[in-house]
Design a protein around this ligand. Structure first.
Ligand SMILES: Nc1ncnc2c1ncn2[C@@H]1O[C@H](COP(=O)(O)OP(=O)(O)OP(=O)(O)O)[C@@H](O)[C@H]1O
Ligand SMILES: CC(=O)N[C@H]1[C@@H]2OC[C@@H](O2)[C@@H](O)[C@@H]1O[C@H](C)C(=O)O
Length: 402
């Protein structure tokens, strides 16, 4: 037997596995690195977050990724170069973290790597009849495994596509395993570049679990801020948006897109929600003369309203009353005070931070990929029923270091 298969078997039967989850999302702010101790699997999964770091990307890295990110036309050679380059970059960032944490590579059982999404193309977006849903993450797992010496599980989204999903959101699996409760109905809301949420009913029936993207989270706020203030990558603490007022005509036009009329669940990305989207809405609503501050206030309100409307619709469908619900927020949007004030205005139930459930909000997505890798080696299929969007599969490809 290949010794790698034997070691995989050994780590699958260990009581606790040390798994590093890596997430680099649509905001291109950096790589989230979460060192987790994970025992059990499925709904018996227990995670202890041992260490967490977000390592900011340098301007050079952001510039190289932006050359292909969410673009229809790219230099194909550059994409091939980046696939290897990002793999090795992520491997180096993991090695830096291990050094800082004083942990040896051989003490880590697995790396779970999401990679960098460069294109998300559900059929509803590309609308080409002969092709189905597609998504592409780069930063190949073989490079991470060879460079770190740690077995790496990566490219989680392709199995989801193969089994009929849109390749996202994957958060639902980890959310259900880690945060399902028989004490309350829960909404696990993540506000990254894109917003998404999982609904976890108190009855804990996996067939009633639900997940969807909601539309823009921070991505339009970030893009518009960067366009007008090139030295800034986001509107820190909503300092700019707070000086503006919401323009109702622009808001109405921003919400006037087929994405919002499509049935749930659905997924999206910066392929749709980008500067061009904002510019078109400004032109159509004749709001060319409004201030940058007003546009940012309106974009912030747009994110809040579309998140809130999606949540309220799903709650209504599930016949859950609002006083039986708690909402746990994670992702960078949690730190935007204006966005959070708007959301709280629109949703009447208690807001909590995922830290109250033992996982730091900023770390949640990286932890979720560690949980997915744990399922791949030590778990099994959880049956989420035939509901579109949550295929009952384990995900990820295994790369051995030698
Ligand atoms: N203090 C703050 N004030 C305002 N916004 C903030 C603050 N801190 C973080 N953010 C927002 O959070 C973003 C980063 O969020 P996060 O890291 O969750 O995104 P991501 O993982 O890249 O996204 P996705 O999950 O959609 O792929 C920043 O780009 C910024 O818009
Ligand atoms: C294709 C892709 O990378 N999608 C991301 C993105 O960021 C948020 C939202 O859009 C979500 O669908 C997904 O990430 C999280 C981790 C998910 O799959 O649950």
């Amino acid at each position: 037997m290949n010794t790698n298969i034997e070691s995989l078997h050994q780590l699958a039967i260990k009581p606790t596995r040390t798994i590093i989850g890596l997430m680099s999302g649509t905001s291109l702010d950096g790589l989230d690195v979460a060192l987790c101790a994970i025992s059990g699997s499925g709904t018996n999964t227990v995670v202890q977050l041992k260490e967490f770091e977000t390592i900011g990307y340098s301007e050079e890295v952001k510039t190289e990724i932006r050359k292909v990110f969410a673009k229809k036309t790219i230099d194909f050679q550059h994409l091939a170069l980046l696939n290897e380059w990002i793999g090795n970059l992520h491997a180096d960032l993991v090695l830096d973290c291990l050094k800082k944490w004083n942990i040896k590579a051989k003490e880590v059982d697995l790396i779970a790597s999401h990679g960098q999404t460069v294109m998300h193309a559900p059929k509803i977006k590309h609308q080409q009849s002969r092709f189905t849903n597609a998504t592409l993450q780069i930063g190949d797992g073989d490079h991470i495994a060879v460079r770190t010496g740690i077995t790496t599980i990566s490219d989680f989204r392709q199995k989801h596509l193969a089994a009929g999903g849109e390749g996202a959101p994957l958060a639902v699996y980890g959310d259900y395993f880690l945060f399902g409760s028989d004490q309350e109905n829960r909404i696990m809301l993540n506000i990254g570049g894109i917003g998404n949420f999982t609904f976890l009913p108190q009855n804990q029936n996996p067939e009633e679990v639900f997940v969807t993207d909601t539309g823009a989270g921070n991505t339009l706020i970030d893009a518009y801020t960067k366009f007008h203030f090139p030295e800034l990558s986001y509107d820190k603490d909503a300092q700019i948006a707070m000086k503006g007022i919401v323009n109702q005509d622009l808001l109405k036009e921003l919400k006037n897109d087929p994405f919002f009329e499509g049935t749930f669940p659905k997924t999206t990305g910066p392929e749709l929600f980008n500067l061009d989207y904002v510019q078109k809405a400004i032109n159509k609503s004749n709001s060319q003369l409004i201030s940058v501050e007003d546009v940012l206030a309106t974009l912030t309100r747009f994110s809040a309203e579309t998140i809130a409307e999606a949540i309220l619709y799903i709650i209504y469908q599930s016949e859950t009353t609002q006083d039986e619900l708690s909402l746990y927020v994670s992702g960078g949007g949690l730190h935007n005070p204006l966005l959070m004030t708007y959301l709280q205005e629109l949703l009447a139930f208690p807001f909590k931070n995922t830290s109250e459930l033992g996982i730091l909000g900023d770390a949640k997505e990286a932890v979720l990929f560690a949980v997915l890798a744990n399922e791949t080696v030590a778990g099994g299929k959880t049956v989420f029923g035939t509901k579109k969007g949550v295929p009952s599969v384990t995900m990820g490809k295994i790369s051995f270091p030698d």
